[in-house]
Design a protein around this ligand. Sequence first.
Ligand code: SAH
Length: 347
Amino acid sequence: MTDYAASLRRLIRATGPVPVARYMAESNAHYYATRDPLGRNPSGHGGDFTTAPEISQMFGEMLGLWLADRWKKAGAPTDAVYVELGPGRGTLAADALRAMSAAGLEPEVHFVEGSPVLRKAQGSAVPDATFHEDLTGLPEDRPLIVVANEYFDALPVRQLVATDDGWRERMVGLEGERLVPVAGSQPMDSALPQERRDAPVGTVIETAPAQVAQMRELATRLARQGGAALVVDYGYARPHTGSTLQAVRVHEKVDPFAHPGEADLTAHVDFLALADTAIEARAQVLGIATQGDLLRAIGIERRAEALAQAAPDRADEIAAGLERLVAEDQMGRLFKALLIAGKGWGD
Ligand code: SAH
């Protein structure tokens, strides 16, 4: 058992179950701080999961081109800065910045990243980046060109569960040595809108206060400073019930409570809630698109042809990358993009 897993069990034994939100926040903080989940990790295996920018350079290029186009339409302000939330290995940023540069945009780079291990990888991919722990330290006086891919899904969700005695917070408790979800002891009915309270026992409702808070900060800045943001994640664009908490380890789905701090915990992103938050903060929501539709609209198929022509020996790999990014039964439909514009950047 890792030190983190042992101390979590001690804490629960001494003080009782912890909320799912706290479990997710602390487990992910430990997880990301101690490895590069996209590459080889301490146990020597080939990573836990892969992401769109690691599949193909075309992903970052297309996002970069969309943002460069917005920037041109906004009058090409020379002081705009590139911001990426949770840049992983820095691959997306390097690809996006290369595409932006071809369009005449060469912004200063700011990364919001908590993990020291990943900061190192990002620093090699993009040497002049400035690092931030969270969004609050980002420049306040310039337009922001923002990318977040699979960032919001890693932020902690809060869960409520319907019991015979009413709604309770969903917590993580211990059954012997095993971590298991349990219902908290405090009544939580007042945390739910009236129309959602009548659900069968066992129903789980998820909210994402951390996602909403970070979106509010981002959209407030865009509305005030100008700029545009592309938030890409897997999630849903209509209301839903049920837990979407999941854990991935060595490319396999595992029980989210079985490997605290040793598996990647994510939850589906509620795109409508993020869009509503952006609008409330006075930013402009340009739309929600599936990843497949967005990449095709920007021109990924033409880019794939050009790449394959330039490197015929890699044509199969390029075609396979395109397929994985845009096909409906791959990442094309489950992954969605929220397109946001700030002051003077929308139309
Ligand atoms: N965008 C990258 C990596 C996705 S993994 C890609 O597409 O490949 C999630 C990223 O978000 C990692 O870089 C992780 O360290 C970062 N992250 C997760 N939670 C965070 C938090 N609370 N604060 C800052 N960074 C966080």
